[in-house]
Design a protein around this ligand. Sequence first.
Ligand SMILES: [Zn+2]
Length: 373
Amino acid sequence: MRFGIYKSLTFPIFIVFLFTVLFVECQEKNHHQNEKDRIIGVKIYKIDGDVKMLFEEWEELGINTVFASPSLINDEFRESAKKHNIETFIILPIFYNPDTLKVRPDLYAITDRGEKAVEGWVEFVCPSREDYRKEKIGYIKILMDDLNPDGLSIDFIRHFVFWERVYPDREPDSIPNTCFDSHCIEKFQKDKNILIPDNLKNAPEIAEWIKNEHLDEWTEWKCELITSMVRDIVQEAKQINPKIKINVHAVPWRQQDFGDGIKVIAGQDFSKISAFIDIISHMTYAPMVKREPEWISSVVQDIAAQADCRIIPSIQVSSPSESSSAEDSAAKKFEQSLIEALKPPSMGVVFWSWERFEKNPIEKGILKSYLDE
Ligand SMILES: [Zn+2]
């Protein structure tokens, strides 16, 4: 009788055991698969040394993707990338364009204070100018023909904001909202079927009225300007190379930060943008914006909840001046940032930048030992 009980229990226990083994094996397989698909990338804007040696070092470190300024890419760069199996994305700034603004100041975006969209080195073009948008897409197509990259890394695809200087305690209302030049005001009224009262004469008055009466429509319209530019770039790029991969550089703000500033100020709606692209890489430069390393994974999770594409945070390598006084502390934070950046659902990490790694052997060493493990 007792033997019978044991016998009747043996089969269910065996089944549970079998499923547990299969589940663990499956998880293990997924884990390795994820690791294999993981992007370990560097951003680079300038090369001083030997290109071939650079790629050798990248391969040795475990870097499999480079995000580079188009000016760096020549035959030697391409051949080395191929030899070392490293994918190349070209970095393409869209609405940040001081060179063009120098010769065409009529293109400046205008803030809610009626001023040109300029703060420090950050200068922005009005995003509703059809001629500028077409020129930019034409330029991207020429670059694709000339350089044949594996991917496009679309940068400054947003409205004007110097987010690098927006710290956690910033009042949302103190961040400039754009663009209130005549082109945008006219297009907004037409697209949203809204009529601005005649007695409002200048940009600050109009901006105040729009923000008070139609902030939701205004924000939605701002986001549409950005999403449609992403869509247009992708559609044209895929005509040249249907396999081209697309990354978008994102402002590192969660939905609750700065009064939904990611949409209200920057005009980046990840739920819409992600339909057209492969990767969102937000610039989670924790030391720069006075955040702790844990903040990096919280931004990944927030964006992953909105977006239907891969999320790969970009993190900051300390510059020597930052690390000279508190080198150990900066290096420790860098290591923690790297761990946070790779926590699921992240699909990798991108380092800003290689130039910084070259001047910071301690943090380069941390990367090497981490990837070796
Ligand atoms: Zn405008």
